[in-house]
Design a binder for this molecule. Structure first.
Ligand code: IPM
Ligand code: MG
Length: 334
């Protein structure tokens, strides 16, 4: 803000585990009101073993899902771009990951995550059943397909739609609607289709074949974690979840890493890069976003590494040391 003359008004609110502890709900009304009033939302990761045994309505994840749905954040953009400085941190061979540049466009408000009926029940014979419903309406598919076409037009112009249409009716509808939307607004976009199991394999076999991957909620959840690993560390990846007005929620792709909580080992770069996405997509401050991204690159160039991306663990720096280094680089670049 100081270097670019932007004034930020921050309003900090609770979500997830801390909200359960302090307010008795993972998604307090105050938080919803504050999010609605804001131009954009920057969120840290949620979840932890402390709340794993809780009933579903008192789990941190329930707060996040309610937030996505109540704010209409249906378009989740998850870039996975190989970072040249980190190629050796990937578990895959350098020649496989070098040059990878994928954007997962994941639908975020529908699918088996929200489909009804859902629950655990016991039938007359005393057998317990767990059930969720994988369901999509045509409008839900259409709006995310439009986003994917738009994103593909701004990138390399290739969109691979992921489904399981060989088995699932919901996927057959998905595929039909994506084909229709492509015909209507996919000028210049080369559309292909792939079954999700094959896509999981292709992502680790030959990831460079992908530009935009268009997915439903569950398939995108799974494939975006795989795509993240191509870049070296899931600790590097930001994400944006946008609603129809391009207001957004920005969060790292990674989870809360409860196993290292409080130890100062976490990689802050995914969150810092999420702030850059926030500036670009919701606040129309692309120049400020450029500086943050350049600062992160510069810091990586100097060899600074948190534990998750360090080739020698004894060289790893702390979360705050990494954050300070990025701030210094922002100041020197401005
Ligand atoms: C993600 C996470 C969430 C999801 C969890 C925390 C509910 O895995 O953002 O990918 O499944 O969507
Ligand atoms: Mg996930």
């Amino acid at each position: 803000g100081k270097t670019k003359g932007i004034t930020f008004n921050f309003d900090e609110q609770l979500l997830g585990g801390c909200a359960i502890d302090k307010e008795g709900t993972p998604w307090p009304d105050k938080t919803l009101e504050s999010c609605k009033a804001a131009d954009s939302i920057l969120m840290a990761a949620i979840g932890g073993p402390k709340w794993d045994g809780n009933p579903r309505e008192l789990r941190p994840e329930t707060g996040l899902l309610a937030m996505r749905q109540q704010l209409g954040l249906f378009a989740n953009l998850r870039p996975a771009k190989a970072i040249p400085q980190l190629l050796d941190a990937s578990s895959l061979k350098r020649e496989v990951v070098e040059g990878v540049d994928i954007m997962v466009v994941r639908e975020l408000c529908g699918d088996v995550y929200f489909g009804k009926p859902a629950g655990i029940y016991t039938d007359e014979a005393g057998v317990r059943w767990g059930q969720n419903n994988m369901i999509y309406s045509e409008p839900e598919i259409e709006r995310i397909a439009r986003v994917a076409m738009d994103v593909a037009q701004k990138r390399q112009g290739r969109c691979c739609s992921i489904d399981k249409a060989n088995v699932l009716d919901v996927s057959q509808l998905w595929k039909d609607v994506v084909i229709r939307v492509h015909g209507e607004c996919g000028q210049g976009v080369e559309l292909s289709h792939m079954y999700v199991d094959n896509a999981a394999m292709q992502l680790v076999r030959e990831p460079k074949q992908f530009d935009v991957m268009l997915t439903g909620n569950l398939f995108g959840d799974i494939l975006s974690d795989t795509a993240a690993m191509l870049t070296g560390s899931i600790g590097m990846l930001p994400s944006a979840s946008l609603n129809a007005d391009s207001r957004g929620l920005y969060e790292p792709v990674h989870g809360s890493a409860p196993d290292i909580a409080g130890e100062g080992k976490a990689n802050p770069l995914a969150t810092i890069l999420s702030a850059a996405m926030l500036l670009r997509y919701s606040l129309d401050a692309g120049a400020a976003a450029d500086v943050i991204e350049a600062a992160v690159e510069q810091v990586l160039d100097t060899g600074l590494r948190t534990l998750d991306i360090a080739s020698d663990p004894t060289d790893a720096v702390s979360t705050s040391a990494m954050g300070d280094a990025v701030v210094d680089a922002i100041v020197s670049l401005s």
